[in-house]
Design a protein around this ligand. Structure first.
Ligand code: SAM
Length: 284
């Protein structure tokens, strides 16, 4: 009898994955965690019934999440990752040899089991001396810290459960106080075709705080419903307009290897389809 993992994240639209070997299935202190094998995606991690990351398509998400802000900025020294307990974003950030990173995740069990059962995602990031790991609520962390970062990556679950606080204007405001001048915040902002309200809410809240707010997109096969949106917020309007030529120079200087990110895709990812633009400009 084949077991189906049934992700009912969006009403009327379910992702059903045939479950192979189950490596872990239990409640942590904060969320339901499952890690299982899938014939096409490899190891899959879900939290509270929603796919978080899979071995075989995580590169798309984590490469875009890390390299777009870092290469657009051009002189990043410090990156803060809120969430990201699977280590995928940290792995990509640390490919940039001059960057120090801090990762703040509320759930130590996610980190530990990601290392144990999905090591290819973090690929040694958690052993890297340039990474500081803090187990805490990201919302409280940014309120309390006096430190500052050039890029803040909000790699959170969707806005329910422990992740809900990571979509509030208060949290975005506290993140802004942790940004160096001209720094960039990027967010995991869901699939606009099935989560239009999440996109518009983040857009409005970030627009209250930053001069330049937009999104860049990429299709992650295990995130059902179409292309995913990454939120972009900064007070330095020039950063979203960095030329492909400059991005290409920086990409070469960084000496990093990628399987999805390229300077051309970086630039193109900010071109929003009309249906997404209409979500952002619709009269409330
Ligand atoms: N790529 C995934 C997605 O698009 O939904 C996100 C992956 S990552 C596993 C999400 C992480 O957010 C989890 O490790 C979870 O523990 C963490 N998280 C949720 N709420 C949090 C909070 N309030 N503070 C810090 N981390 C949080």
């Amino acid at each position: 009898m084949i077991e189906l993992f049934d992700e009912g994240l969006h009403s009327g639209l379910n992702l059903a994955l045939e479950v192979g070997k189950v490596h872990y299935r239990d409640k942590t202190d904060h969320q339901d965690l499952m890690i299982f094998d899938h014939a096409r995606f490899g190891r899959v991690m879900s939290l509270d019934g929603a796919v978080q990351t899979t071995e075989n398509d995580e590169f798309i998400y984590h490469e875009m999440f890390a390299h777009v802000p870092i290469l657009a900025h051009g002189s990043v020294e410090k990156v803060l990752i809120i969430g990201g307990g699977d280590g995928g974003a940290a792995c990509q950030v640390l490919k940039h040899k001059n960057i120090e990173a801090t990762l703040v995740d509320i759930d130590r069990t996610v980190i530990d089991l990601s290392i144990e059962y999905m090591p290819s995602v973090s690929d040694g990031a958690f052993d890297n001396p340039r990474l500081e790991v803090v187990v805490a609520d990201g919302c409280q962390f940014v309120k309390d810290t006096a430190d500052k970062w050039d890029v803040i990556i909000i790699d959170s679950t969707d806005p329910h459960g422990p992740g809900e606080v990571l979509y509030t204007e208060e949290f975005y405001g506290d993140c802004k106080t942790c940004l160096t001048d001209g720094g960039i915040i990027v967010t995991q902002n869901g699939v606009p075709f099935v989560q239009p309200d999440e996109l518009r809410t983040s857009y409005d809240r970030l627009n209250d705080l930053f001069v330049d707010v937009s999104f860049f997109m990429a299709t992650v096969p295990s995130y059902v419903g179409g292309p995913l949106a990454f939120g972009w917020a900064t007070d330095n309007v020039a950063l979203r307009k960095v030329s492909t030529g400059i991005l290409a120079e920086r990409y070469l200087d960084a000496k990093i290897e990628t399987d999805y990110y390229s300077p051309e895709i970086h630039q193109a990812s900010f071109v929003l389809p009309f249906y997404v633009q209409k979500i952002l400009t619709a009269e409330e």
